[in-house]
Design a protein around this ligand. Structure first.
Ligand code: NDP
Length: 451
């Protein structure tokens, strides 16, 4: 049987495009369906526009620092529409870049939705195509919890990039990546922010000490965090919404002008995909895959936010390229989901690779784990007398001296941890770190001088 395509990719996000281009490089006939803007969540309503807003939000602190260094900056003001227009223009530019990359790669692009007709056939708009192998890379979307009355009055992170005006006061529900990043962005831009979380601290799952550091730092900067929320209710008012929060100790009602943001997790985009016409297994709302990203139908694969793994762009890209290498390049590759570095672009930033202290203790026992830490005020903050601290931490296995995890809260954490992650991934020991000469003066040098 011959098929129209050797590989058909559903979804033109980071993972789908990476897989399609790599497979085409190997000479495969590749088709890709994407009805929306190319680049997926990361480019259009995630990492890229978010990081541009992070940069914008850092200026007030930089202005403060500048004064400490003798600069007089005069009057300052911020204009939301100018920022958002610039951000959205950059997103459009990147859409065009993706379009031209696909054009050059020879991948046939369909600007329509695709859905399964059977296990080798897809309806793509009005057309039907067949493919030997199919990759599902359709991503995910924000969820709105159904246990919060009035949640329909909250926007999601997708909508933030299209708000015509800057919110005066925003209530953010959720203490994960998105909630915490937007709490810091909006606060930095001058919006009053109240963040409501279920636990006692933001960023569950990360190293506890780092969570405390960043939680405390955000509060110190003026972000109000209501923790241990048990019940939340949102109700509209004439000029905004009120959010009522009950905790074991209190009941608070917060009024915000326009919006509250539901940042309570994301779910795979499976609706309308026609998976029921295939034998692809879905577990807890996500497509189940094996180590090779193969679904329960051997020629159908899935990567990115549609599977139940780490929802991170570089993970989807690596998985997509690995899949193309294996299936079309005769270079079998298994994606290693261990020791994946990540960053949360809060202010201060947090970045981490490997095991947290608690995870290391759980895996190896408390007697086997040695923790090294350094907490200090970075030199840059001394002259302006800014109180924000940097925290760095190494988690080491005693018997092997191997560095199991490296963690940081502070300026440039993501840039620093990316380099450290290579050493951790290679299995470096604490002695290897100590044998590395420091770069002075820097914050990063603390990673090679910890006692
Ligand atoms: P997360 O899973 O990170 O966080 C969800 C948050 O919502 C948690 O604090 C959770 O609380 C809370 N929550 C869930 N349900 C409810 C509810 N019913 N009531 C109140 N609170 C609730 O999801 P995000 O949406 O923040 O991000 C999704 C994913 O996107 C991330 O996991 C990450 O992989 C990716 N991402 C990565 C970024 C980066 O790399 N910098 C940036 C943004 C997103 P609890 O902890 O108690 O469960």
């Amino acid at each position: 049987m011959t098929y129209d395509f050797e590989l058909f990719v559903i979804g033109g996000g980071s993972g789908g495009i990476a897989a399609a281009r790599r497979a085409a490089e190997y000479g495969a006939r590749v088709g890709l369906a994407e009805a929306g803007r190319l680049g997926g969540t990361c480019v259009n309503r995630g990492c890229v526009p978010k990081k541009l807003m992070v940069y914008a939000s850092h200026f007030p602190e930089q202005f403060e620092a500048a004064a400490g260094y003798g600069w007089n900056l005069g009057d300052r003001s911020f204009h939301w529409p100018t920022l958002m227009n610039a951000v959205n223009a950059e997103v459009s530019r990147l859409n065009d870049v993706y379009q031209s990359l696909l054009d050059k790669s020879g991948v046939q692009l369909f600007r329509q939705y695709a859905r399964f007709v059977d296990e080798h056939t897809l309806a793509v708009g009005d057309t039907t195509v067949t493919a030997a192998k199919i990759l599902v890379a359709v991503g995910g979307q924000p969820t709105r919890p159904d246990n919060i009355p009035g949640i329909e009055y909250a926007i999601t992170s997708d909508d933030i990039f299209h708000l015509p005006q800057q919110p005066k006061h925003m209530v953010i529900i959720g203490g994960g990546y998105i909630g915490s990043e937007f709490a810091c962005i909006l606060h930095g831009l001058g919006t009053k922010v109240t963040q409501i979380i279920r636990g006692d601290k933001i960023l569950r799952g990360f190293d506890d000490e780092l969570r405390s550091e960043i939680h405390g730092s955000m509060q110190q900067q003026g972000i109000s965090i209501i923790d241990c929320s048990e019940q939340i209710e949102i109700a509209p008012t004439a000029d905004g919404v009120t959010v009522r929060v009950a905790t074991p100790h209190s009941e608070t009602t917060v009024c915000c002008d326009v919006v509250s943001l539901a940042a309570t997790g994301r779910q795979p985009n499976l609706n309308g995909l026609g998976l029921d016409r295939t034998g692809v297994e879905v577990k807890q709302g996500a497509i189940a895959v094996d180590a090779h990203h193969r679904t329960t139908v051997p020629h159908i694969f899935a990567i990115g936010d549609v599977i139940d793994r780490l929802n991170l762009t570089p993970v989807a890209v690596k998985a997509g390229r690995g899949l193309a290498d294996t299936e079309f390049g005769d270079r079998p590759t298994v994606m290693d989901y261990n020791t994946i570095p990540t960053a949360v672009f809060t202010s201060p930033e947090m970045s981490t690779v490997g095991l947290s202290e608690a995870e290391a203790i759980e895996k190896f026992g408390a007697d086997e784990v040695q923790v090294y830490r350094s907490r200090f005020r970075p030199m840059y903050y001394t002259l302006p007398d800014i109180k924000v601290k940097t925290l760095m931490k190494l988690v080491v296995q005693k018997s092997t001296d191997r560095v199991l995890g490296a963690h940081m809260v502070g300026e440039h954490a993501a840039e620093i941890i990316q380099g450290v992650a290579i050493a951790v991934k290679m299995g470096a020991t604490k002695a290897d770190f100590d044998a590395t000469v420091a770069i002075h003066p820097s914050s990063a040098e603390e990673f090679v001088t910890m006692r």
